[in-house]
Design a protein around this ligand. Structure first.
Ligand SMILES: CC(C)(COP(=O)(O)OP(=O)(O)OC[C@H]1O[C@@H](n2cnc3c(N)ncnc32)[C@H](O)[C@@H]1OP(=O)(O)O)[C@@H](O)C(=O)NCCC(=O)NCCS
Length: 167
């Protein structure tokens, strides 16, 4: 389903979004707090999107691409959808940071998740040092449940903040 906000259109993700999403996923600054290094090849993003499309077809997740002025500039997703719960994720191209766009997109997805999708519980995890992501979650009503160290993909231990939002 297409979601609209004051400044954004959120369309269900399609394979054609790959080059625009690659621009974010290959940006080491945007990937600084992620559980994987920046992606070096467009083909990897295309494969990721194909896997996400399969999972969407099975009802396991939903990915939206954020569009502004005709360009794809970010993504919001609900993953691990089961038993009226899901995990929220989001990312935005770095030249659009600081304008409230991620908060706006996340707000629309939360409203859709707790409304039309009938979910009652949303979880989210961010590295504690990722202050922008933590702020997006808190501005949208998520409550901090706990902070604990997590071993990420490269073996480093990072403090992660676990958040929950219930209807
Ligand atoms: C996290 C991300 C989506 C935020 O996008 P954004 O559109 O800039 O977010 P918003 O403008 O809606 O809100 C950001 C908030 O964080 C605040 N913020 C940003 N950097 C900050 C910092 N270093 N310290 C404290 N607060 C910070 C902003 O001031 C703003 O809060 P405010 O509205 O109260 O002023 C973007 O930085 C991003 O894509 N990062 C890389 C991917 C990522 O980390 N995704 C989250 C994974 S859990």
């Amino acid at each position: 389903m297409i979601l609209k906000t004051g400044r954004l259109i959120l369309r269900p993700q399609v394979l054609a979004d790959a080059p625009d999403l690659f621009a974010i996923l290959s940006d080491s600054e945007a990937m600084r707090f992620w559980n994987r290094p920046a992606i070096a090849r467009l083909a990897v993003v295309e494969e990721l999107i194909r896997e996400q499309q399969d999972a969407m077809d099975q009802g396991l997740c939903r990915y939206w691409t954020m569009h502004s002025n005709g360009r794809a500039i970010g993504s919001v997703d609900l993953s691990l959808i089961q038993e009226a719960s899901a995990e929220l994720g989001f990312m935005l191209r770095s030249d659009h940071w600081g304008a409230g766009l991620a908060s706006e997109a996340v707000g629309a997805v939360i409203a859709h998740a707790l409304g039309a999708l009938g979910l009652v519980r949303l979880a989210a995890v961010a590295q504690s040092a990722n202050r922008a992501a933590v702020r997006v979650l808190e501005k949208n009503g998520f409550a901090l449940i706990e902070t604990r160290p997590v071993t990420i993909a490269d073996g480093q231990r990072k403090d992660c903040a676990f958040y929950l939002l219930t209807r």
